[in-house]
Design a protein around this ligand. Structure first.
Ligand SMILES: NC(=O)c1ccc[n+]([C@@H]2O[C@H](COP(=O)([O-])OP(=O)(O)OC[C@H]3O[C@@H](n4cnc5c(N)ncnc54)[C@H](O)[C@@H]3O)[C@@H](O)[C@H]2O)c1
Ligand SMILES: [Zn+2]
Ligand SMILES: [Zn+2]
Length: 370
């Protein structure tokens, strides 16, 4: 990439006028409205604030949320946006105010941008940062490109630990913290407890992998796709339930002696999955919603009012990334198990096709090498 030849001295580059760099072009996957996307040439991003970094992507991936955008479900993402909020890369340029990183550092990009200073960031609720949150590949250009601009770089990037497989690290940008924070932590998974995870996509499977940190007695996974249930079993599910017969709740009740699950996670995001969690949760238990819901769901308080249950919701904060990075470095967590397919950036359209047809292709996460 010709842009690289511009590099050398970060302070000098930080002072370059945007126009000088925007003449440089790169390949990027661009959203063009519902159902439309294209791999095309775009200007290389430039530093816009002293707290920014420009990262040269080495690996990225596709998320279910990118498919939501392509369905037109995310109005904040307007046509012309470069998609993607996950990935690993190398710091190419750095703003004068960034102190935690330098040019040449290999970094993990959090799907959540955080200023570290606003009221929400001070509570580690980075997802609601007043100048950040989920903006990458949504309100600002994202990571499915050769380069990306990362605002608030000090709080939004993480140094990649030495000797850790970079492909595995990509799983930490979004899905692993999502499963862990929204499902496992909010769901209060505890030693000896019974957990049911409804939905065995990349997020549900991430909840499964990280629920194991707390040694629950049972982790029961429900899905309609037998291949994903087989994967769940190989990742440590103690039981799986194929819900295609419409009797998932009854089966779960039988498996738990009529008690239900202490933690019931909705890792799907449709009314049927949340309603099944309402029926599967044990007295005193927690329904931890992870799924992004697009339509209303009935809450059966006429049944639940006396059951001492808790219902939680959360947008991932990625506040647990430092801890998750340590578990990956030590080998306690192996996120590479979620990777099923590999593509080059030039094959991005094929990568989307494979990911969008998971039932046929058996795709979980695809790694796109840039
Ligand atoms: N809260 C957050 O911050 C956050 C972050 C990332 C993703 N998400 C959401 O998490 C959810 C899961 O993400 P994913 O990438 O794993 O999605 P996915 O679509 O790959 O997986 C969903 C799984 O649910 C299964 N399923 C569908 N209907 C079902 C039903 N009625 N019962 C049981 N299983 C059913 C599907 O077969 C599929 O395997 C999505 O809604 C996604 O948008 C939330
Ligand atoms: Zn995502
Ligand atoms: Zn903030």
């Amino acid at each position: 990439m010709a842009y690289q030849s511009l590099l050398g001295h970060s302070t000098l580059l930080a002072n370059l006028r945007p126009l000088e760099c925007s003449a440089e072009r790169m390949k990027a996957l661009v959203y063009h409205g519902p159902g439309k996307k294209m791999l095309e040439d775009r200007p290389v991003p430039v530093l816009q604030a002293p707290t920014d970094a420009i990262v040269r992507m080495t690996h990225t991936t596709i998320c279910g949320s990118d498919l939501h955008i392509l369905k037109g479900d995310v109005p904040s993402c307007i046509p012309g946006r470069i998609l993607g909020h996950e990935g690993v890369g190398v710091v190419e340029r750095i703003g004068d105010a960034v102190t935690g990183f330098k040019v040449g550092d290999t970094v993990l990009i959090s799907c959540i941008t955080a200023c570290g200073k606003c009221e929400y960031c001070r509570r580690a609720m980075y997802s609601h940062c007043t100048t950040g949150g989920w903006i990458l590949g949504n309100e600002i250009d994202g990571t499915q490109a050769e380069f990306v601009r990362i605002p608030h770089a000090d709080l939004s990037l993480y140094n990649a630990p030495a000797k850790v497989d970079l492909e595995a690290l990509v799983m930490l940008s979004d899905i692993l913290p999502t499963g862990f924070e929204c499902g496992v932590l909010n769901g209060k998974v505890a030693p000896g407890s019974t957990v049911v995870i409804v939905g065995a996509g990349p997020v549900g499977l991430s909840a499964l992998l990280t629920a194991r940190f707390f040694s629950p007695a049972e982790i029961i996974v429900v899905d309609l796709d037998q291949n994903r249930l087989d994967v769940a079993r190989s990742l440590g599910a103690t039981q799986t339930i194929n819900g295609t017969d419409g009797h998932a709740v009854e089966t779960l009740m039988k498996l738990t002696g009529g008690r239900g699950a202490d933690t019931a996670m909705d890792a799907v995001g449709v009314p049927a999955s949340f309603l099944s969690c309402e029926e599967m949760v044990a007295a005193g238990g927690t329904i931890a919603n992870i799924g992004v819901h697009g339509v209303k769901v009935d809450l059966h308080l006429e049944r639940l009012w006396s059951r001492n249950i808790t219902i939680t919701t959360r947008l991932v904060d990625t506040s647990t990334l430092p801890m998750l990075l340590k578990t990956v470095r030590s080998g306690r967590l192996n996120p590479a198990l979620l990777i099923t397919h590999h593509f080059q950036l030039a094959e991005m359209m094929a990568a989307y096709d494979t990911f969008a047809h998971a039932a046929d292709t058996k795709a979980l996460k695809v790694i796109v090498t840039v």
